[in-house]
Design a protein around this ligand. Structure first.
Ligand SMILES: Nc1ncnc2c1ncn2[C@@H]1O[C@H](COP(=O)(O)OP(=O)(O)OP(=O)(O)O)[C@@H](O)[C@H]1O
Ligand SMILES: [Mg+2]
Length: 485
């Protein structure tokens, strides 16, 4: 049978399936998307059908092939099908056809160009034809689309099954990873009301280093010097920030300062940290299976890691009772440990920690929890995203101690906004002028930090000129540690 005849039959079948699909109750259907880009219906229908034929022909030969060999084989089969059958496509279209088919057969369809684009940091698919991306910290819609819901579901299943998990009505929420390390979350109906949603967090092919963060304006040279000294000096550091602000990235760069000889254990929900040291053990938590069994929580891994002779423990993010185990580890010989927490200010981060410690299930008095926090934590690095999409460190705060029931926090660096010009905001991270107490601890270990890094910058003439007034810390800000609560 010629391809045209096969296409006609498949088209007829699809038509019948579509009329059946329109019988489903209105409430289950996704609202009409005003941005829908299904203008290329014929092209997509053909592509889908040729792809089915390629798959059919390839199936017996797929086993044992991978990488380049598989690509070549798919190309050959496709060429044969296009030559043998009577597909009417121009040379330009043919090339596009081949490229898209290979993307569909071997990769992730319309996600491939986005995955390869280094400027894209996040991909969000709300439906097969509704794909958004984040570039330079801002979210934009794209023209890309899967051929249809079937292809969209196939790609989701391909990603999820590659890490030995499955997605279906009984387990409709899955975390996974792409081979390049990108973090994937998929959620499907009935939890996602209007259809499956796929969110991919990409990471730079080469993990960011301190010099990258300095170039992006996230860190300053002075901050890098201080943080490097703090990590080498085994201070316990908490990175705090909102969603997607760069917590994991900052944690990764901080971890790069850990001296090579130390045994580091990383613990995460879904492995994202990319430590370069030779002596690193990576542990990953496991969700329960479809029967609700087999769950291994971050908390279990933190406890287990204590029996693995760690020098330092790095927990990707604390969200629950593991906060208590982490604080205890920091207090009992695993100094230099680090983690992140989802919070908008250093003060919020402390409140979150307190709540999480209570989630561990012990009826601890609040003062006892604060004592644990104060003796465990030395430094809070707060990160944030500016309105223009830049990710910056907004404050670096020292945890100084307890006064009564109040935790004393002292900012060492803070982000100072400069007057905006048009829609552009600018600013920089500057020292508050206060010498942190942790310097004594570092000096006791022979680690020197030049005093000049803690000096605030001299005001520039621009700051005095009328109409260009910068927000500078008041004398009171500089004189007193923060006490309010
Ligand atoms: N300083 C930075 N400059 C530019 N891009 C950055 C910076 N920090 C992180 N990114 C990028 O932003 C995205 C989010 O970063 P990251 O995963 O570290 O954030 P997060 O706060 O840990 O997010 P989540 O709350 O989802 O865990 C990533 O794609 C990362 O490559
Ligand atoms: Mg993170």
């Amino acid at each position: 049978m010629k391809l045209s005849e096969k296409l006609a039959i498949l088209e007829e079948e699809e038509h019948r399936a579509r009329s059946g699909a329109s019988d489903q109750p209105l409430s289950r259907r996704r609202p009409v998307n005003s941005r829908s880009k299904r203008s290329n219906g014929h092209w997509d229908a053909n592509k889908r059908k040729v792809l089915d034929l390629v798959r059919e022909e390839m199936a017996p030969r797929m086993a044992g092939l991978s990488g380049q060999a598989l690509t070549t084989e798919v190309k050959d089969v496709l060429d044969r099908i296009l030559q043998r059958e009577d597909v009417q496509v121009s040379p330009m279209e043919r090339r596009k056809f081949v490229r898209e088919l290979i993307q569909d057969a071997l990769g992730y369809g319309p996600l491939d160009p986005l995955l390869q684009d280094p400027a894209v940091t996040e991909i969000m698919c709300n439906a097969f034809d509704d794909i958004w991306v984040e570039r330079e910290g801002r979210v934009h819609p794209t023209d890309g689309a899967f051929t249809d819901d079937v292809q969209y579901r196939q790609v989701i299943e391909k990603i999820v099954s590659a890490v030995g998990r499955r997605i279906d009505e009984s387990s409709p929420m899955v975390d996974a990873r792409l081979p390049d390390g990108s973090r994937v979350n998929a959620i499907m109906p009935p939890l996602a009301i209007h259809g499956s949603v796929l969110t991919i967090r990409k990471f730079a092919a080469d993990p960011f280093e301190a010099k990258d963060l300095i170039n992006f304006g996230t860190w300053t040279m002075d901050l890098a010097l201080v943080l490097e000294a703090c990590v080498r000096g085994k201070l316990n550091v908490l990175v705090s920030g909102g969603t997607g602000t760069g917590k994991t990235t900052n944690l990764n760069v901080l971890s790069s300062f850990i001296p090579e000889g130390e045994r580091v254990i990383t613990i995460e929900d879904s492995a994202e940290l990319q430590l370069q040291q030779p002596h690193v053990v990576n542990l990953e938590a496991r969700p329960p299976n479809a029967e609700g069994k087999g769950e291994v929580r971050i908390r279990d891994l933190v406890k287990n890691s204590l029996r693995m002779r760690p020098d330092r423990i790095i927990v990707g993010e604390v969200r629950g009772g593991e906060a208590l185990d982490m604080l205890q580890a920091m207090n009992t010989g695993h100094e230099g440990s680090m983690t992140t927490v989802h919070a908008n200010t250093p003060r919020d981060a402390l409140s979150r920690l307190e709540t999480m410690v209570l989630m561990a299930g012990y009826d601890l008095p609040i003062r006892a929890i604060r004592e644990q926090i104060v003796s465990a934590l030395h430094l809070i690095v707060q990160v944030g995203r500016m309105p223009d999409g830049r990710r910056v460190v907004t404050t670096v705060t020292e945890v100084q101690g307890l006064e009564g029931d109040v935790v004393l926090l002292q900012d060492i660096f803070h982000y100072r906004m400069l007057p905006s010009e048009g829609s552009k905001t600018s600013g920089s991270l500057v020292a508050t002028g206060l010498r942190p107490k942790l310097i004594d601890r570092l000096e006791a270990q022979g680690i020197e930090v030049p005093a000049k890094v803690f000096r605030p910058p001299a005001p520039t003439p621009a700051h005095h000129s009328p109409g260009r007034r910068a927000r500078v810390p008041s004398a009171r800000d500089l004189a007193e540690p923060e006490r309010s609560r």
